[in-house]
Write a protein that binds this ligand. Structure first.
Ligand code: FE
Ligand code: FE
Ligand code: ZN
Length: 277
């Protein structure tokens, strides 16, 4: 089965977003755990959650992807920002246990000038603090474009984090097509080689989700500007290759393209028409 969806708001609840994704032809969605630019989260609504669970079961929604807020920066030079990251991590992971075997995606972090090495140490420290043996959620490090002082611009930087975390059986990776292309991985002309490299450095068994985006920016530009599917520098043909690649086609794909619901609907239809079972 082709697992395809997009980013949706859950400000009106999990059920409402589930109905939205089904109405546009998808079967999974990504949502922000809380205000992406802040930290506030709505109080947990158990009735909505139970209604969602029932609706999801009836409609073939098997998995959701929860995205941490952008304000979570585990690599910041500011201690208060790292404490905040720790707090958000713990709170979000506690909530996600309601789902069981959930996926939680976060940006590894920006070192804000203190360098990749120190930033990496701090990400590892926070992950070692917040991951725990009994959790069922898998925490995904997102591959980044390398803008500013972002960590996670290369497979090596991601592997350096994963390899140093004690409970790294709780860790996986979410590959963002726009970000890796901007970071200099040529998924348009050399997809096989890029996936071989991912496998060698991180391990393809770690790959749990794909952010499926075209890019407004040229290859290896280290810029992070998403584009609608087929309208950017990656292009439709390469995106169709990605969703059909034997090493990727079983994964859930999430659109984070600049679209309203109708635009997402068209993209989901286009992708479904081009996914070969
Ligand atoms: Fe992201
Ligand atoms: Fe992304
Ligand atoms: Zn992005």
């Amino acid at each position: 089965m082709f697992k395809i969806g997009c980013h949706l708001s859950i400000s009106n609840g999990f059920l409402r977003a589930a109905k939205e994704i089904v109405s546009i032809g998808g079967n999974t969605y990504q949502y922000f755990s809380r205000n992406p630019q802040g930290g506030a989260s709505k109080p947990w609504n158990q009735t909505d959650f139970l209604n969602f669970k029932e609706y999801a079961k009836e409609n073939g929604i098997e998995i959701l992807l929860c995205h941490a807020p952008y304000t979570l920066n585990a690599a910041s030079k500011t201690p208060e920002t790292r404490e905040f990251a720790s707090m958000i991590f713990k709170d979000d992971l506690a909530k996600l246990e309601a789902f069981g075997n959930a996926l939680y995606n976060f940006h590894p972090g920006s070192h804000t000038g203190q360098g990749v090495e120190i930033g990496t140490d701090e990400i590892v420290e926070i992950l070692n603090d917040v991951l725990y043996e009994e959790m069922t959620t898998t925490v995904l490090l997102e591959t980044m474009s390398g803008k500013g002082s972002e960590i996670g611009r290369s497979f090596e930087e991601i592997a350096n984090i994963i390899n140093r975390v004690k409970l790294n059986n709780k860790l996986g990776v979410c590959l963002d097509t726009c970000h890796v292309f901007s970071a200099g991985y040529d998924i348009v002309n050399n997809l096989d080689e890029v996936l071989d490299e991912f496998d060698k450095i991180i391990g393809l068994d770690r790959l749990k989700a794909i952010h499926l985006n075209d890019s407004k920016m040229p290859f290896a530009s280290n810029k992070d500007r998403h584009e609608k599917i087929g309208y950017g520098t990656i292009g439709l043909e390469a995106i169709i290759n990605i969703i059909n690649h034997p090493k990727l086609k079983h994964l859930p794909f999430y659109l984070e393209t600049p679209n309203e619901l109708n635009g997402y609907k068209e993209e989901i239809e286009l992708l479904k028409n081009n996914w070969r079972s």
